[in-house]
Design a protein around this ligand. Structure first.
Ligand SMILES: C[S@@+](CC[C@H](N)C(=O)[O-])C[C@H]1O[C@@H](n2cnc3c(N)ncnc32)[C@H](O)[C@@H]1O
Length: 219
């Protein structure tokens, strides 16, 4: 069962994916690579929403936490047209693959790749750099840490998008949670409660893919 199918019924997931085909050959090649090598990239319907939100926001500077092969970064770059994406990744193998992706992407967006554990890298970002859009898609147990570290670096009216927040539906109370996933589910539930109660943000939880939280800064 793919992620998403425990959130929205499988037939509807299949329909959404059929209705959201990828036409761009470069993006298709990234999707094929990810499927073949089991790299967890955004599902097409989530990628489409990320692209739409990016196009609406028109960010000059994006911060991404969790690059993998660079698929979501390229989807945002397509929507931006120009500007800069700073993206953080801890796996040297993924960093190399993403470097090739960014070299081959036909875009005017500048990609800056930062290597290391996201929480550590975030602590050392230039405080003078402000981000209009942040996409969180890395270690699910640490989303609150990431969110709190990026909050002081947000431009006015910034958008923070967190992926996987419904985590295979396991954040629902009635779901039996496998021992391996208990901490992640518990931390994500706490993160969602924190986001929804945060007075400086208006947040909507979207049951698409593995679940998006879309948070707009009121400041
Ligand atoms: C779900 S994938 C990102 C997918 C990508 N955003 C996309 O949709 O194309 C998560 C990535 O985060 C990286 N990651 C996991 N924990 C991390 C951490 N603590 N610091 C930095 N990167 C991390 C993993 O190596 C993996 O490549």
């Amino acid at each position: 069962m793919g992620a998403g199918e425990n959130i929205v019924n499988p037939a509807l997931v299949a329909a959404l994916q059929t209705l959201t085909p990828t036409h761009d050959p470069f993006l298709k090649s990234l999707e094929a690579y990810a499927a073949e090598h089991r790299v967890p990239i955004l599902q097409p319907e989530s990628a489409q929403l990320l692209e739409l939100l990016t196009a609406m926001k028109k960010p000059k500077h994006v911060l991404e936490i969790g690059t993998a092969i660079g698929y979501s970064a390229v989807r945002m770059a397509i929507a931006m047209g120009e500007g800069k994406i700073t993206t953080i990744e801890k796996s040297p193998e993924m960093l190399e693959l993403a470097k090739t992706t960014f070299e081959n992407a036909k875009t005017n967006v500048v990609f800056e790749q930062l290597e290391g554990d996201a929480a550590e890298v975030l602590k050392h970002l230039k405080p003078s750099d402000l981000y209009d859009l942040v996409f969180i898609d890395a270690a699910k147990s640490h989303y609150k840490t990431y969110f709190d570290l990026v909050t002081p670096m947000l431009a006015p009216g910034a958008l923070v998008i967190s992926d996987n927040v419904l985590f295979r539906g396991l954040i629902a109370d009635d779901q039996p949670v496998d021992k391996r996933f208990k901490t992640i589910a518990k931390n994500l539930k706490a993160y969602l409660a924190y986001l929804m109660a945060h007075e400086d943000f208006i947040t909507s939880l979207v049951p698409i893919g593995d679940g998006f939280a879309v948070s707009l800064s009121r400041k």
